[in-house]
Design a binder for this molecule. Structure first.
Ligand SMILES: [Ca+2]
Length: 243
């Protein structure tokens, strides 16, 4: 191999591996332009309410996909209309392969009628559920409403970490139980794929609204690419020492 092609190869491999593509691996806009509220199941999501985790996925009460304007003018958002009870909106329509993706952020827009209400990001790993210790609350002093959703909705973003202090255990079995632990985890979030995800809310005083649930991630290089990076870096270092 001649000098110049080798150098080009080293630089291209190092460059490609050092700048992995940041990508939105999941986005749900909760579209609804029908003029009537629809069930969560119409967008591939589920809903559970109350301490028994009663399934309301196919109902047009408790959790609904509203037909009003949502964030970004994509008509439709989710409203939790049943106040005073815990709830979980979630989907298992996409599995996050954590051997292929490193999650950077999980985000959504909130536009609650009461700033006292909040959401926690929830996810399922290995059959167990977890929710963020952080409760994301809309900070605006202007109460959220269907008409001001496009302008008043706030972006809530969680910088993903598996640190124990950032997560709590969420007990959830559809039709049996739904409750959040009062303390954070004793050990880090376990590895493994995320088989379901969504938003948990404590008993809300007003109507909870959210839209544009999104997961952003960076692809993890294939083992062969990681090997090339190591070899490329070693060759580069060797070359620099030699120079
Ligand atoms: Ca929407």
């Amino acid at each position: 191999m001649t000098r110049i092609p080798t150098r080009h190869l080293i630089f291209s491999v190092v460059f490609a591996a050092a700048m992995p593509m940041h990508a939105q691996i999941y986005t749900e806009n909760f579209p609804n332009s029908t003029g009537a509220n629809r069930a969560m199941s119409t967008v591939g999501w589920n809903a559970a309410v109350g301490p028994s985790g009663t399934d309301t996925s196919t109902a047009t009460t408790n959790y609904v996909v509203s037909f009003n304007l949502g964030q970004g003018n994509v008509a439709g958002y989710v409203g939790k209309t049943s106040t005073g009870t815990v709830g979980l909106a979630y989907t298992s329509e996409y599995v996050v392969d954590r051997s292929a993706f490193s999650i950077s952020t999980i985000s959504f827009y909130s536009n609650n009628t009461s700033a006292a209400d909040s959401f926690r990001i929830a996810l399922q790993i290995g059959g167990n559920w977890y929710a963020t210790d952080t409760a994301f609350s809309r900070n605006s002093t202007t109460a959220g409403s269907p008409s001001n959703f496009p302008s008043n909705a706030e972006l809530e973003s969680f910088a993903f970490t598996d640190a124990a202090a950032s997560w709590r255990a969420l007990t959830f079995a559809s039709g049996t139980s739904l409750s959040l632990s009062g303390t954070t985890l004793g050990s880090n979030l376990p590895g493994g794929n995320i088989t379901a995800f969504g938003l948990y809310s404590a008993s809300n005083v007003g109507v909870l609204r959210f839209d544009t649930f999104q997961i952003s991630a960076t692809p993890i290089p294939e083992p062969s690419a990681a090997g090339l990076l190591l070899v490329g870096g070693w060759l580069l270092a060797r070359r620099r020492r030699a120079a």
